[in-house]
Design a protein around this ligand. Structure first.
Ligand SMILES: Nc1ncnc2c1ncn2[C@@H]1O[C@H](COP(=O)(O)OP(=O)(O)OP(=O)(O)O)[C@@H](O)[C@H]1O
Length: 379
């Protein structure tokens, strides 16, 4: 990636505002009061399960869909009534959508020729774009003569060559194998930062969103559940859906009990005292459950006292899995628990080599949970 190539294609960063957007497909309410601000130069993700409305929202920003209510602003300008080509946005599709009969160079130049730019300007920009995505030297190849990763780069070059202010990416890495995906997403991030582009990435893969994006909007059934930096969403999920969607989590059934200012969570496996921060202010949310991550607990022998700042419940080890850096223990606890996976109520992840000796399946064990990592969450 040369400085000249960056200078040729860089544009000033812009912000995006999505204001109270609703969209229906017939009777299907696909986007529900979506209200988001995306900062200039930010890499933002729409993350959620299949069918939650991510692509519909992205296409709305691109101008391929119209909202039934609300509006979209790019750099403060209401673009709701504008067609895609007047919005300064570039979109990369999952399928790449390259022209098979054209060379790499012709594919990338296509949008510029449509705009009737001078030949010399086209040549300069195409060379800059191919340099930026690391495809210099492959100009004369056709898409069929390229690997999946190279085709993806052509699609990206074709998008950035027209100097969009906003880059929209619809699951652009999903056709690549796992190793290449990691590589390409790092390149994508670097490219986005060097060009100062405001980018939105649609994915149902939390790892992809976590590693590439500054902030994430987690979506479910057309509604945004929570917006935040990956670490903030992981450490402080707002509800059970976000907790379960971002990483593995333990979810315990039970109820909040209060004794004056003190609160605790009563479960079938025991009563766990709650620190002030674990409970949202006011009443416990409907369907409240106790939530903690597998690495926020440690395992002890039942006769050893619990360490300071930890709450204890007892169980029996069901299984142990070696995951490399960590060991995962599945532990059966009181009858009315619901766990992250079937067959074990609670998961505990220990750094490899730190578990007490003799934790074989069938062993009685104490689960000591860090109380400052407990959350009581509702639906
Ligand atoms: N053109 C369309 N006409 C009617 N319904 C549609 C259309 N496009 C999408 N839908 C419906 O809108 C909802 C949201 O679809 P959308 O493609 O936005 O979801 P998504 O979160 O991007 O899913 P995926 O991860 O599977 O791509 C789904 O219920 C889908 O069936």
């Amino acid at each position: 990636m040369t400085a000249l190539a960056v200078d040729t294609l860089a544009t000033p960063s812009v912000d995006i505002a999505i204001e109270h957007v609703d969209l229906w497909y017939g009777s299907n309410h696909v986007l529900r009061d979506v209200d988001l601000r995306i900062e200039p130069g930010e890499f933002f993700a729409f993350l959620g399960p299949s069918g939650c409305g991510k692509t519909t929202l992205l296409r709305l920003i691109a101008g391929f869909n119209q909202a039934d209510r609300g509006r979209v602003l790019i750099a403060g300008r209401d673009v709701s009534g504008l067609p895609p080509w007047k919005r300064d946005v570039g979109m990369v599709f999952q399928s790449y959508a390259l022209w098979p009969h054209m060379t790499v160079e012709q594919n990338v130049a296509f949008g510029l020729e449509e705009r009737r730019l001078p030949r010399q300007e086209i040549r300069k920009r195409v060379a800059a774009a191919l340099d930026l995505v690391g495809l210099g030297g492959l100009e004369k190849r056709r898409p069929a003569q390229l690997s999946g990763g190279q085709q993806q780069r052509v699609a990206l070059a074709r998008t950035i060559v027209v100097e969009p202010k906003v880059l929209l990416l619809d699951e652009p890495l999903s056709n690549l194998d796992a190793k290449l995906r990691g590589e390409v997403r790092r390149e994508l991030r670097e490219l986005q930062q060097r060009l100062g582009l405001t980018a939105i990435f649609v994915t149902h893969d939390q790892e992809e969103a976590n590693t590439i994006c500054d902030r994430i909007a987690v979506m479910k059934d057309g509604a945004v559940q929570q917006v935040g930096a990956p670490t903030a969403l992981y450490d402080a999920p707002r509800n059970l859906f976000v907790a379960g969607f971002l990483g593995t989590t333990n979810i315990l059934d039970g109820r909040v009990v209060r004794d004056g200012a003190a609160a605790a969570f009563e479960t079938a496996a025991g009563t766990i005292p709650l620190p002030a921060g674990a409970l949202p202010s006011g009443e416990p949310p409907p369907g409240a459950k106790l939530v903690f991550r597998p690495h926020h607990a440690i395992l002890s022998r039942p006769d050893a006292p619990p360490a300071e700042g930890r709450a204890r419940i007892s169980g029996t080890i069901r299984f142990k899995e070696f995951l490399g850096a960590t060991e995962r223990y599945g532990i059966a606890v009181g009858a009315s628990m619901t766990g992250a996976i079937e067959g074990a109520a609670i998961l505990v992840d220990l750094t490899h080599g730190t578990a007490p000796a003799g934790l074989a399946p069938g062993t009685a064990v104490a689960i000591d949970i860090a109380t400052d990592r407990l959350h009581v969450l509702g639906e």
